[in-house]
Write a protein that binds this ligand. Structure first.
Ligand code: PMP
Ligand code: GLN
Length: 393
């Protein structure tokens, strides 16, 4: 019989991303669902990993992460954001941001605690909150620019609130939280003595605006646990090298959990990401620049097809409202019909609402998320296939 934890996780039993990728393979569709690029990142980084394997760096590396990568993360945080972290006790390498999110929730939340976060939200937050026995309070982001009401955020904070979880740049909307919005969040954290957990995995995939880490705001360094990952920045999502930066006491708590989740992660990939983090800024920004042109190509095409397009400022996801194009159906029905009708896979954004397998009543019902981190030909082909939507009945 499943135990209580398995029961709590039942709504999350299959991730939508995996399910839709399987559907793409089964129907031989273009996969604009799960977010991963169809071109690998820099060959130089792959070479570092291959050489490391050849050089015998194949046994358990230190649980906290190899010194080269911790030093590179410290240098990156200092050079990009002016935030100083000690590689000795304020940086932890994890198996992707996914493990970081789980370890942070398990280390910092008590059963019954509340986590305040924005909706729509990335799927693993609510699942990890459930693992920790914590519950989630949601604050809505509103189209077209995904604004939030500061009063709603303040009202979501109660006596059991432990932390505010912020994902910027934001999946699925592509929003980059601005300085004023971050100041509101920081003020609430400080005045209610809350922790902040930030997921910044898209920090370098920005088209408009600037990524500002919450940890850099006044009063926030001592209460913020920041998470990032090399997967998006360097287009190696399968390498699963993530990290946590936090003040030493918080980091120690997260580290004690991480030790018993995975203990450590593969050294060759850590070495490669360490090299990447030391790239010159133009090199690190290169993928973002390429993605901006793809965003425009794809979003312009979707708009011409009649979709209402919410053009993202960052990430590799575009959100559309399908109300005009498919007035008779919701996003789930649309995305389930799309492979057979057009040979394209996308994600119904309703799954990002309600903090648990799309349990949100009606929210995001007509929103669809498209991953545009694909070759231009693939995007053009997807657009031409989507043009058939109206002609097939
Ligand atoms: N956070 C967000 C917002 C994401 O979109 C992803 C996606 N892939 C992750 C975390 C997980 O990152 P990783 O692949 O490094 O585990
Ligand atoms: N972050 C990716 C996305 O949003 C999915 C990663 C995963 O499948 N867990 O598409």
């Amino acid at each position: 019989m499943p135990n209580h934890l398995a029961e709590r996780l039942r709504p999350f039993s299959t991730t939508i991303f995996a399910a839709m990728s399987e559907l793409a393979v089964a129907t031989d569709s273009l996969n604009l669902g799960q977010g991963f690029p169809d071109i690998d990142g820099p060959a130089e980084l792959a070479q570092v990993a291959m050489e490391a394997i050849g050089a015998g760096r194949n046994q358990y590396p230190p649980s906290q992460g190899i010194p080269e990568l911790r030093a590179a993360i410290a240098a990156h945080q200092s050079a990009w954001y002016g935030i100083a972290y000690s590689p000795d006790d304020e940086i932890l390498v994890t198996t992707g941001a996914t493990e970081a999110i789980a370890a942070v929730m398990l280390a910092l939340c008590e059963p019954g605690d509340e986590i305040v976060m924005f909706e729509p939200s990335y799927d693993s937050y609510a699942a990890c909150a459930a693992m920790a026995g914590a519950s989630v309070r949601l604050v809505r982001l509103h189209a077209p620019d995904w604004w939030f009401d500061p009063a709603e955020l303040a009202a979501a904070i109660g006596p059991r609130t432990r932390l505010i979880l912020l994902n910027t740049p934001h999946n699925p909307t592509g929003k980059v939280f601005g300085a004023d919005e971050l100041a509101v969040i920081a003020d609430l954290c400080c005045s209610h003595d809350l922790l902040a957990v930030t997921d910044e995995v898209y920090e370098h995939l920005i088209f408009e605006g600037t990524h500002i880490p919450l940890a850099g705001l006044p009063g926030m360094a001592e209460r913020t646990v920041s998470i990032s990952s090399g997967g998006k920045t360097f287009s190696f999502t399968g390498w699963k090298v993530g990290w946590v930066t936090a003040p030493a006491p918080l980091l120690a708590a997260v580290r004690s959990v991480k030790q018993f989740l995975t203990y450590t992660s593969g050294e060759p990939f850590q070495l490669a990401i360490a090299r990447g983090l030391l790239f010159a800024p133009e090199e690190i920004n290169r993928l973002g620049l390429a993605l901006r042109a793809k965003r425009d190509l794809f979003c312009d095409g979707l708009a011409e097809l009649g979709f209402t397009v919410y053009r993202p400022s960052a990430t590799y996801f575009a959100t559309t409202d399908i109300g005009e194009v498919a007035p008779e159906m919701d996003a789930v029905a649309f995305c389930m019909a799309l492979p057979a009708r057009c040979g394209v896979v996308a994600i119904p954004s309703s799954v990002f609402y309600g903090a648990g397998a799309g349990a949100g009543a009606g929210a995001g019902d007509t929103l669809v998320r498209w991953a545009f981190c694909k070759q231009d030909d693939v995007l053009r082909e997807a657009l031409s296939r989507l043009a058939k939507w109206r002609s097939v009945s």
